[in-house]
Design a protein around this ligand. Structure first.
Ligand code: PDD
Length: 291
């Protein structure tokens, strides 16, 4: 349950928190966001999330609303006020509020900043990881700058809905050439029969996932071969193992793609190992006890 929400400098009660009806995030999806895992009350990979937030803002020419240190305090205070030990913290920055006009007002606007934190059902998540999830493939109908973490998430919403209708826990999006770009809200990985991992290289077509980046470090430390290249749906269906990565699920096994079992239809051994290793490598912030 979210009890307190940070909105533009104030901590407000959930039921009363809101932004202006002419916020450009609301009217144009002119906003970016970050989702950061909270583990033991600490932020996981905060530095990378802040780096990506700064990059997304710069790409859209939205000014940083406050210093990184101040943003870090907002994240921590929101986590603390909601008493989140295991969960997620969500930070959104929109360009700000102005009478509806496609053109951005000269001189710019004061960005809108919203932060919420909530607990996740850790037992439920572990259960999902133990059984693995099904994936459904769908055409990638998103725009050409998927590397920017904007709130323009309607294609992801529709894809995940279509997947859920088919009993799948994630949608894998497929480009015009038949290659998987990424999950609707995760990065996509397969394990070749040789034991090497494959995930698409970063670029305009995918979000450079923080979990993806940390996992690449894990692989290099563990000397596990990795190839950053596109892969086709057929290759994925014939893979030894498959999984997705995201802040909300870390390393989540995929056991079927379009109802075709992957490997023996159970979470793969390497995937399970990487899930365990992930938190040993991820950066964990300080614990925060002001006041
Ligand atoms: N989604 N690709 C897309 C399209 C995503 O939306 C996400 C994250 C990722 C994984 O990135 P990271 O490892 O930094 O979480 C990849 C978040 C969790 C969300 O929208 O809820």
């Amino acid at each position: 349950m979210t009890r307190v929400v940070y909105v533009n400098g104030r901590y407000m009660r959930y039921a009363e928190a809101g932004v202006h009806v002419e916020d450009r995030g609301f009217q144009f999806a002119d906003a970016i966001y970050e989702v950061c895992e909270v583990s033991e009350g600490r932020l996981v990979d905060e530095t990378q999330h802040m780096d990506r937030l700064a990059r997304s803002l710069a790409e859209l020419r939205i000014p940083m609303p406050m210093s990184r240190r101040a943003l870090g305090l907002v994240l921590r205070e929101t986590v603390r006020r909601n008493r989140v030990k295991t969960g997620l913290v969500y930070l959104q920055v929109s360009r700000g509020t102005a009478p509806r006009d496609f053109l951005i007002p000269a001189g710019g606007l004061a960005p809108t900043v919203v932060c919420l934190a909530r607990r996740v059902d850790a037992a439920g998540r572990e259960q999902r990881a133990a059984s693995g999830i099904a994936v459904k493939t769908l055409p990638d109908i998103r725009w050409g700058r998927c590397d920017i973490k904007t709130v323009m998430l309607l294609p992801a919403v529709l894809a995940k809905e279509a997947a859920a209708t088919d009993g799948a826990g994630e949608a894998w999006l497929v480009d015009a050439e038949g290659f998987v770009t990424e999950g609707a809200s995760s990065n996509a990985w397969i394990v070749e029969r040789s034991g090497a991992l494959v995930t698409r290289q970063t670029g305009d077509a995918i979000l450079p996932g923080v979990t993806r980046r940390t996992l690449l470090d894990v692989l290099s430390r563990e000397n596990i071969p990795i190839s950053e290249r596109p892969f086709r749906v057929e290759e994925a269906r014939a893979a030894q193992e498959a999984f997705i990565t995201s802040a909300s699920g870390t390393v989540m096994p995929v056991v079927s793609i379009d109802k075709v079992a992957i490997g023996d239809g159970r979470p793969g051994a390497l995937t399970r190992r990487l899930r365990t290793l992930f938190h040993q490598f991820a950066e964990l912030s300080d614990q925060y006890h002001p006041r």
